[in-house]
Write a protein that binds this ligand. Structure first.
Ligand code: SAH
Length: 302
């Protein structure tokens, strides 16, 4: 059975939106994929599902009505789990979010359904609630962050995933930096740490947990994880009011951090540490993530 969306469906879906995000293929893909997220398989209202995805759907008149891309994405719901995961990756490649073979291979190897509660809606390009006022980020955000960090996720390198939630991206980082590398997840909800470890144990990254090159820790991620610093790559999966100094300090010269910054309005920032230790920061795109905050504030709903 052919589970791949037809190119004509993709083209017809993309045509109306090019004018909104014509300068950047990734941004265009964000707007496209966001329009595909009508969330038929769970009940979160649009205001809560917008967490950890782009704002772009707010400008999209078809957000409520859907479009042909949505129907093509629905086709991922047939076939075996791994083939549907592959179809999701192929779609992200087609829209230019994934541009490297390595990122595609790693996302193909880690079945997203293992990280989504009950596996439901795993391949729909949408953030989903994972409890505790947290979400698993949408596939396009995971792909974009892997792509932005790719050069700093080479075999043997050290990667830190702050706000590791389900463990999906930590597992991908582990697969990118193996062999000899190290992937570290830090998450402040102990229950999510336990479930993320169970998720990873079921995945292709299980061996990395066993051999100790991948670990997940229950702690306040704003302090980083000094034990395995300095890091070539740091990803922060929750929005910080400002970039935590501890994370800058734990970034290796030549290292890169990707972090959403802001409160109501947030930008995905890319922080590069040069060999002399100086920092350059640029904005990649507008985003909306859950806050990087205290456990208490998160559990009482911010
Ligand atoms: N990237 C993950 C989760 C994203 S949601 C995934 O896609 O599965 C953001 C996560 O950050 C949540 O799990 C939340 O509990 C966590 N978080 C928020 N503030 C934190 C902090 N100070 N320290 C560690 N984790 C934090």
């Amino acid at each position: 059975m052919n589970t791949t969306p037809s190119p004509s469906a993709s083209v017809s879906a993309s045509a109306p939106y090019n004018f909104l995000f014509s300068s950047c293929p990734a941004s265009r893909a964000l707007s496209l994929t966001a329009t595909a997220t009508l969330f038929p398989s769970h009940s979160s209202p649009p205001s809560s599902v917008s967490l950890t995805t782009s704002f772009s759907f707010l400008q999209n008149p078809n957000f409520i009505t859907g479009n042909s891309l949505f129907h093509s994405m629905q086709r991922f719901c047939s076939g075996s789990s791994m083939s549907r995961n592959k179809a999701m990756v192929e779609s992200l490649q087609r829209y230019g979010v994934i541009r490297s073979n390595k990122v595609a291979e790693v996302m193909e190897s880690i079945d997203r359904a293992l990280f989504v509660p009950n596996g439901a809606g795993a391949y729909i390009d949408s953030p989903m609630s994972i409890g505790y006022n947290a979400t698993i980020s949408a596939p396009h955000m995971h792909a974009m962050c892997l792509q932005l960090l790719e050069k700093n996720l080479q075999p043997g390198m050290h990667a830190l995933d702050i706000g590791s939630g389900t463990g999906y991206l930590t597992a991908c980082f582990g697969m990118m930096v193996r062999p000899e590398g190290r992937a570290v997840g830090v998450e402040h909800i102990p229950e999510l740490v336990s479930s993320s470890i169970e998720n990873i144990q079921k995945s292709a990254a299980a061996q990395l947990l066993k051999d100790g090159s991948l670990s997940v820790h229950a702690a306040d991620g704003r302090k980083g994880w000094p034990e395995f610093a300095p890091y070539d790559a740091i990803h922060v999966g929750a929005a910080a009011p400002e970039i935590p100094q501890a994370l800058i300090d734990q970034l290796k010269p030549g290292g890169r951090m990707v972090i959403p910054v802001g409160n109501m309005f947030q930008d995905l920032k890319v922080v590069d540490k040069k060999s002399d230790g100086s920092i350059s920061v640029h904005t990649e795109t507008s985003v909306r993530y859950v806050p990087l905050t205290s456990r208490e504030a998160q559990l009482r709903g911010y």
